[in-house]
Design a protein around this ligand. Structure first.
Ligand code: GLC
Length: 579
C-alpha cells in the first residue's frame, strides 16, 4: 500500500484539545510512598516523587481519593468531600501537591466519588435520622417488599446484588426502611433525582476547581441515574440475588445529569480541564454521546469492554484465556467509533485490576519485553493513555498465600460468601481470585531493593511483593534498557509527533492470533506499529514489505530492519511520503 491510499481524514476537533497529546498517571496514594512510617502512603510521599513523575514525562496525575473517609473501600467511601483524611495528610499538603505539580507543568485530577458517600457523611447521618429530614430524599430509601417482614431475609425492596457480595440493600431500624448501596453497606447511593443534592455536588466541584485542581476522574459516574421504580433484575442461579445493572448503567437521565454538571461546574471557566468518567458497561454508542464535545458532558470515558474479554460471563472470579483477535476487535471498534466525534481513554490497568504485565503479557521470562510491548501498543493508539503506578516499572501481580493477606473488601466478602454459602473450599476460592483480585495492583510501589522497598520504614498496610529486590525504580531510572526508560520514550513520542496524538487509526491483521498490528496516519506521515503477543517468533505480512526500510523509531530489542518479530517484540516504524 502506498501513502496515496491513506484515507485523508482530519477529525473535526483535532485543533485544540490539549489532552490528545497528554499522558495521565494514576496515583493510588495508600500504596505510593509513606513519608511518616505508619505503613500507609500519604500526600507528602507523593510530593516527594514529583520529580520522578516529571522525569517520566507524564502531564497529569489522577489521585485516587484522599478525602476524609472511614476507609471501608480505601477512600471510595467519602465522609467529607472538602477535607483530607489524616492518614494522607492535610489540605495544606494537598495545596502543596497542586503547587508542586503546576510548578512542573503538570495537572491534578481529583477522584470524584458522587454515586455514593460514606454512611458516616453528614448528609447520610441526617438522611437516616428521620423520614421527615430534608435530606431523606438525598439517598434511596424504600420500604420492604410487600408481604415480607422488614429486616427478614428476602424482604429487601428489590433483588439487586451489591458489587461487593450480598444484597444491595441495608435495613435501618431507626426508620424501618432500607437504603440502597450498590457497593458496601458503608457506601449508600446518592439519589441524583434530587435537585438539591445535585447542586450541592456541583458546588463542591467548583470549590475544588477554585482551589486549583484541573479536573476530575468520576467514579462509576454512569450509575448516577437509576430507573426510579428500581425493578428487579434477572436472578443469578447461584445466589438468590439479581443483577440490577440494566436499571442503573447509563440510566434514563444520565446524559442530562452529566450535561447539567458540565454546565454548572465548567461553563465560563477558563483554563485547561479534563474530565473522565469511569463507566462500567458503557456501550460504544453511548460513549460517542458522552464524549461528543458539542454535547458538553465529559471529555472521555473509561470503558470496560476490553477488560471483560478474559472473564467467563463477565465474572472476574472465573478468568479465562484472552484471545488476541477479540482484544483487537474490541479496541479497534472503539477506535473507529470515536474517530469523528468524541475521544478514547486508553488503559491496561488501574487500582481495580490485575497488573498489566501479568494479565496481558508474560510476567515470567519475558516480563521486561512484554511490559514494553504493552506500553508501545497502548500508547500509540489514538486516545489519552493512563499509566497505573508501578506499571512503568513492569510491576507484577502478587502471590497472596492466604485470605488473611488480602485487604480488599471485594475479595474478602467474596471469599466469605463463596466459602460459607456456595460450598467452595478456601483453596478453590484463593485460586479463583488470584489472577484478577484488586489487591494485586495495590501492593506498594517498589522504589528500591531495601526491606520496605523504599515505600515505608514501618509495617506496610498490605504486603510488599517479594520481587521488589529485582523489580524497582532505583534500578531502572538510569538504565536506558529498562521498562521505565521505554515508558519515557513512548510518552515523549506522543508529545513530539502529531501522528500519535491526532493521526487516523487503522487496525491491520485482525485475524492474526499473536500479532497486534496497526497503522496511524496524519499525511504526509504514517506509522506502522507491531506487537508480538507471544513468545513465538512471527513473520509479519502487512501488504507492504517496504515498511521494513522505514525508520524504526521505537522497539524493545536491538533494532533490525525486518518485519520479523522476536518473542514479545514491539516495533514502531515511521515514514513520510515527502521523502
Ligand atoms: C470504582 C472504584 C473502585 C470502587 C468503586 C466504588 O469502581 O474505582 O475502587 O470500589 O468504584 O466506589
Amino acid at each position: 500500500m502506498s501513502s496515496d491510499d491513506i484515507a485523508v481524514h482530519v477529525p473535526a476537533s483535532v485543533a485544540g484539545d490539549w489532552f490528545r497529546s497528554a499522558v495521565v498517571y494514576q496515583v493510588y496514594p495508600r500504596s505510593f510512598v509513606d513519608s511518616d512510617g505508619d505503613g500507609v502512603g500519604d500526600l507528602p510521599g507523593v510530593i516527594g516523587k514529583l520529580d520522578y513523575l516529571h522525569d517520566l514525562g507524564v502531564d497529569v496525575v489522577w489521585l485516587s481519593p484522599v478525602y476524609r473517609s472511614p476507609q471501608d473501600d480505601n477512600g471510595y467511601d467519602v465522609s467529607d468531600f472538602r477535607d483530607v483524611d489524616p492518614i494522607f495528610g492535610t489540605l495544606a499538603d494537598l495545596d502543596r501537591l497542586i503547587a508542586g505539580l503546576h510548578a512542573r507543568g503538570m495537572k491534578l485530577l481529583m477522584d470524584l466519588v458522587v454515586n455514593h458517600t460514606s454512611d458516616e457523611h453528614p448528609w447520610f447521618v441526617e438522611s437516616r435520622s428521620s423520614e421527615q429530614n430534608p435530606k431523606r430524599d438525598w439517598y434511596w430509601w424504600r420500604s420492604s417488599r410487600p408481604g415480607h417482614e422488614a429486616g427478614s431475609a428476602g424482604a429487601e425492596p428489590n433483588n439487586w446484588r451489591s458489587a461487593f457480595s450480598g444484597p444491595a440493600w441495608e435495613y435501618d431500624d431507626r426508620t424501618g426502611q432500607y437504603y440502597l448501596h450498590l457497593f458496601s453497606p458503608k457506601q449508600p447511593d446518592l439519589n441524583w433525582e434530587n435537585a438539591d443534592l445535585r447542586s450541592a455536588v456541583y458546588e463542591m466541584m467548583r470549590w475544588w476547581l477554585d482551589r486549583g485542581v484541573d479536573g476530575f476522574r468520576m467514579d462509576v459516574v454512569n450509575y448516577l441515574s437509576k430507573e426510579v421504580s428500581l425493578p428487579d433484575g434477572p436472578t443469578d442461579p447461584e445466589t438468590r440475588y439479581g443483577d440490577g445493572s440494566r436499571h442503573y448503567v447509563c440510566g434514563p437521565r444520565i446524559h442530562e445529569f452529566l450535561h447539567e454538571m458540565h454546565r454548572n461546574v465548567f461553563q465560563g471557566r477558563t483554563g485547561e480541564f479534563l474530565t473522565v468518567g469511569e463507566m462500567p458497561g458503557v456501550t460504544v454508542e453511548d460513549a460517542i454521546l458522552f464524549t461528543d464535545p458539542a454535547r458538553g458532558e465529559v471529555d472521555m470515558v473509561f470503558q470496560f469492554e476490553h477488560v471483560m474479554l478474559d472473564l467467563e460471563d463477565g465474572d472476574k472470579w472465573r478468568p479465562r484465556p484472552l484471545e488476541l483477535t477479540r482484544l483487537k476487535a474490541s479496541l479497534g471498534r472503539w477506535q473507529e467509533a470515536l474517530a469523528d466525534r468524541g475521544w478514547n481513554s486508553l488503559y491496561w490497568g488501574n487500582h481495580d485490576a490485575a497488573r498489566a504485565v501479568s494479565r496481558f503479557g508474560d510476567d515470567g521470562d519475558h516480563r521486561v519485553q512484554s511490559a514494553k510491548m504493552l506500553a508501545g501498543i497502548l500508547h500509540l493508539h489514538r486516545g489519552t493513555p493512563y499509566i497505573y503506578q508501578g506499571e512503568e516499572l513492569g510491576m507484577t501481580n502478587m502471590r497472596f498465600a492466604a485470605i488473611e493477606d488480602h485487604r480488599d473488601i471485594e475479595v474478602l466478602n467474596h471469599h466469605h460468601e463463596a466459602t460459607t454459602h456456595l460450598g467452595r473450599t478456601d483453596a478453590e476460592v484463593l485460586a479463583a481470585v488470584a489472577p484478577l483480585n484488586r489487591d494485586n495492583a495495590r501492593t506498594p510501589v517498589q522504589w528500591d531493593a531495601t526491606c520496605g522497598a523504599g515505600f515505608s520504614t514501618g509495617l506496610p498496610w498490605i504486603g510488599i511483593n517479594p520481587n521488589a529486590d529485582r523489580i524497582n525504580a532505583a534500578s531502572q531510572v538510569n538504565d536506558p534498557d529498562s521498562v521505565f526508560s521505554f515508558y519515557r520514550r513512548v510518552i515523549a513520542l506522543r508529545h513530539e509527533d502529531p501522528v500519535v496524538a491526532d493521526g487516523d487509526f487503522m487496525m491491520l491483521l485482525p485475524d492474526h492470533e499473536q500479532v497486534y498490528a496497526f497503522r496511524r496516519a496524519l499525511p504526509p506521515v504514517e506509522m506502522l506499529v507491531l506487537g508480538n503477543f507471544s513468545a513465538v517468533e512471527q513473520s509479519v505480512e502487512v501488504g507492504d514489505p517496504t515498511w521494513a526500510e522505514a525508520d524504526q523509531i521505537l522497539g524493545n530489542y536491538p533494532m533490525e530492519s525486518t518485519l520479523r518479530l522476536r518473542p514479545w517484540e514491539f516495533k514502531a516504524f515511521r515514514r513520510s511520503s515527502r521523502r
